[in-house]
Design a protein around this ligand. Structure first.
Ligand code: FAD
Length: 295
């Protein structure tokens, strides 16, 4: 699974970028800069997350609609089952369809309190597989779902989590995007397990370039991902050196992507946190160039 250098990578990859809906005008301007900067890399799609409990419902919708109409990039809206009845959720999906959104990232979501167990709305979808089926009743959306190379914390065991992924694909999803991870072997093992489980939908690695280990670790515990200890060592002493942290983040993530590429991966989904630089640099190192320019 290894290749000696970045040099010569032809950029024969598909890329997608994930954003979160901005909370203020300043943040919206920053997001828009990032969208414009990444657009020349010709993403297959970009996606916009959905906040806990539907708290970003309006902003997610607005952001996705603007990306489609102004930037003219295919955009996917994330949608969760949290705090919504099936009828509410289907109404949101109908609005998306009417606004020209054809791709949904369908998720269960989490309880409002960090660490608390998820409790479905009494009239709502109990899990992502049910949501996928419900969305397909509304319209023929393209649907992506989440997958967990290191197993979702609520799953009884890795096999049960794979059963769940299979239910989501069987319900109509056509792609799985993974939670972030930091070892290419972890991804390869997962890809094998997925195939052995009779799941033939593509599994796209979700790449998170980490610039702040403490923050990432806080988040990772709740969502089925591990931040390896070696990463603490890499960032040691860099708290007051944001530029160096950026460089380290890009190096670590680009190296992971290079290994994934060497192992046959050609699809990459980047968690951008609404900033273009890191994702752009990593795509560039993989040989990706603005449309029309050869690597
Ligand atoms: P599900 O696939 O429903 O699975 C949740 C857990 O329940 C798993 O452990 C599964 O094995 C288990 N399970 C499900 N059904 C059954 C069953 N019938 N019997 C037994 N066990 C079952 N969260 C947000 O709030 N907004 C976002 O925009 C967002 N975007 C994300 C994007 C990606 C790519 C990823 C990987 C995650 C995202 N999340 C988002 C986080 C996600 O909502 C959480 O990880 C959540 O805890 C699980 O969602 P899921 O869709 O994977 O759930």
């Amino acid at each position: 699974h290894d290749t000696p250098l970045f040099s010569g990578l032809p950029g024969d990859i598909a890329v997608s970028f994930e954003f979160f809906p901005p909370k203020s005008e300043t943040m919206e301007a920053k997001l828009w800069d990032a969208v414009q900067e990444l657009k020349p890399l010709d993403p297959s799609f970009v996606s916009v997350t959905y906040g806990a409990g539907g708290s970003t419902r309006e902003r997610t919708h607005k952001t996705v609609a603007r990306i489609i109409s102004e930037a003219q990039i295919p955009a996917a809206a994330h949608l969760t089952c949290v705090d919504a009845s099936k009828a509410d959720t289907q109404a949101i999906a109908e609005q998306y369809w009417e606004a020209g959104v054809r791709h949904i990232v369908a998720l269960r979501g989490d309880a409002g309190e960090p660490g608390a167990a998820f409790t479905p709305h009494p009239q709502g979808y109990a899990n992502a597989a049910e949501l996928v089926a419900g969305l397909k009743e509304v319209a023929d959306f393209e649907i992506s779902v989440a997958a967990y190379p290191e197993t979702h914390p609520d799953a009884d065991c890795p096999q049960a989590d794979l059963d769940n992924l299979k239910r989501k694909i069987d319900a109509g999803a056509s792609r799985a995007i993974t939670q972030f991870f930091f070892s290419a072997e972890t991804f390869f093992d997962f890809r094998e397990a997925v195939a052995a489980h009779g799941i033939d939908a593509p599994v796209v690695p979700g790449i998170l370039p980490v610039t702040n280990v403490a923050q990432a670790r806080k988040f990772a515990g709740q969502c089925g991902a591990l931040i390896p200890e070696w990463m603490d060592g890499l960032f040691e002493g860099l708290d007051e050196r944001p530029a160096s942290r950026q460089l380290v983040a890009a190096t670590v993530a680009a190296e992971l992507c290079r290994r994934l590429y060497a192992g046959g991966v050609r699809d990459f989904h980047f968690y951008t946190l609404n900033r273009a630089d890191l994702a752009y640099a990593i795509c560039h190192m993989l040989g990706r160039r603005p449309k029309g320019i050869a690597a």
